[in-house]
Design a protein around this ligand. Structure first.
Ligand code: HEC
Ligand code: HEC
Length: 431
């Protein structure tokens, strides 16, 4: 192979070595334990001199989480076949996507991946943010969140030859500490500026009809079933944090663990290599000949489970009103009948029919999202970190938490006073 990988940073080495190791591993069943045993071997060797069993397993867990972080951020599971060979996004990026355009469709730049010279260049204007070549340079630095490029040097010029996407594309953003769209990574935070539909519609491959659908989604939304059932009902990109202890995954509770959905998205949406089969919906997709995802699922899940919902920033809500709002939540609002327990959801014991969801009917005449899912029902949404991820409900029909409360008050005839409603909204902002 004559391809030259982007510079190998320490952060990059873990996923690529995991990927290489996996080729030698059996495809199903045992691969999970082989991988865990591999990690245990390393951690165990390091610790056998200095620790007992509990140190050992804590170190193993930490190693697994770290491995999962690398996968979440940098692993494409071989999905370059979709984004490069089919969609030809490497050509689109190289010719038409300068950094200004990239930022305008919500792509984020990891400031910590930028060398000092590039930082200075951006600051003094000598780095041209209107040139697609700069985007290629950022991809070479592995600095575009959720995009993984392979850059080859041809006659002294950097050429983007392969590009793929990672989980971080939709489920990470940055803290804007350097400039809008450029900062430190915030993994698990949904990228609500990202316009995945507009990005896919830049590809020459889809039909005009498909492009019209992609362009209809708008920022922060993506339909993770459109390419399978042909129906158009974009979903708000949800957080990938705050899911520990919740055993029903996605807004319709399709999976009992994160790995179920991670496999679904990795294969059927990102185009990663492996197999996803779901008899309840009839989805059965195999990409490639070598499974590049199964062995990574335990670490990926461990990393996601380690991501706590971010607490509400101090001063972002009225604490006295929130205290009163808690009483409304537990009494007059009846919210606690479904939003129960430490994660504010009854998901581990039941799902709900669409008639329980105040977000239906879907906007724009779209079919019920539940009807397209494996369960045909909705999960009571967990509520921690709500302050961070407007708009609300699976379809984004409530722009604010005040709008959420108003919707419940009307749809469920709660008869709350204006004060009760604003107190309840303050409580939701505090969670
Ligand atoms: C193109 C954008 C996109 C990419 C890339 C993506 N997701 Fe998602 N993700 C979504 C959307 C949209 C949903 C909502 C699906 C639903 O609820 O039916 C979702 C749902 C989820 C959920 C469920 C959250 C919950 O509340 O139960 C998890 C977990 C998740 N994604 C993890 C991942 C992982 C891990 C990857 C990489 C393998 C990934 N996603 C890649 C858009 C994306
Ligand atoms: C009958 C069960 C039930 C009751 C009662 C209920 N909810 Fe919900 N709640 C749900 C379900 C199901 C969803 C997911 C709906 C969707 O995604 O479209 C949800 C979603 C939400 C969301 C959106 C979360 C997000 O991440 O977008 C908020 C906020 C919320 N509920 C607040 C409340 C409040 C406040 C009350 C009381 C006034 C309440 N709920 C009463 C079942 C319930």
């Amino acid at each position: 192979m004559n391809s030259v990988h982007t510079p190998s940073t320490p952060r990059e080495q873990a996923p690529s070595s995991a990927a290489h190791g996996e080729h030698k591993q059996p495809r199903r069943g045992t691969s999970r334990s082989v991988m865990v045993l591999g990690a245990m071997g390393v951690a165990g060797a390091l610790l056998s001199a200095c620790g007992g069993d509990s140190d050992n397993s804590a170190a193993e867990q930490a190693a697994l989480v770290e491995q999962g972080k690398q996968i979440f951020r940098f692993d494409t599971f071989g999905d370059e076949t979709q984004w490069t060979d089919t969609l030809r996004m490497h050509e689109v990026i190289s010719t038409a996507v300068d950094p200004t355009t990239a930022l305008s469709v919500g792509l984020k730049v990891d400031a910590e991946a930028l060398p000092a010279a590039v930082v200075t260049g951006i600051q003094n204007g000598s780095v041209d943010l209107r040139s697609p070549a700069t985007t290629v340079a950022l991809l070479k630095l592995n600095a575009v969140v959720g995009l993984k490029g392979t850059v080859e040097t041809v006659n002294g010029t950097d050429v983007l030859t392969r590009v793929g996407v990672t989980c971080a594309l939709c489920h990470s953003t940055v803290d804007n500490s350097f400039a809008p769209g450029i900062g430190k990574r915030l993994d698990g935070w949904p990228n609500r500026q990202l316009n995945p539909g507009a990005i896919i519609a830049l590809s020459p491959a889809p039909s005009a009809a498909a492009k019209a659908v992609y362009n209809s989604w708008g920022p922060g939304k993506y339909d993770p079933r459109f390419n399978l059932d042909g129906k158009n009902g974009p979903q708000v990109i949800p957080p990938a944090y705050g899911l520990a202890g919740i055993n029903k995954i996605t807004s319709t509770g399709d999976g009992n663990d994160l790995a179920y959905w991670n496999r679904y998205v990795g294969i059927t949406q990102m185009g990663g290599h492996g197999t996803f089969t779901e008899p309840r919906t009839g989805v059965n997709v195999t990409n490639g000949t070598v499974d590049l995802i199964t062995a990574k699922l335990p670490a990926l899940q461990a990393y996601q489970l380690s991501l706590a919902a971010p607490p509400a920033p101090g001063g972002s809500f009225d604490a006295a009103a929130a205290d009163r709002g808690k009483i409304v939540f537990n009494n007059a609002g009846k919210c606690v009948t479904c939003h129960s327990g430490s994660e504010f959801t009854d998901a581990n014991t039941r799902l709900h029919p669409p008639s329980d969801a105040v977000s239906e009917p879907e906007p724009g005449g779209a079919p019920s999202y539940a009807s397209r899912s494996a369960t045909k029902q909705y999960r009571t949404a967990p509520l921690k970190g709500l302050w961070q991820h407007a708009p609300y409900f699976h379809n984004g029909t409530a722009a604010t938490l005040d709008a959420v409360v108003q919707t419940y008050n009307t749809r469920q005839s709660l008869g709350l006073t204006a004060t009760q409603m604003s107190d309840l909204a303050q409580y939701l902002k505090s969670l």
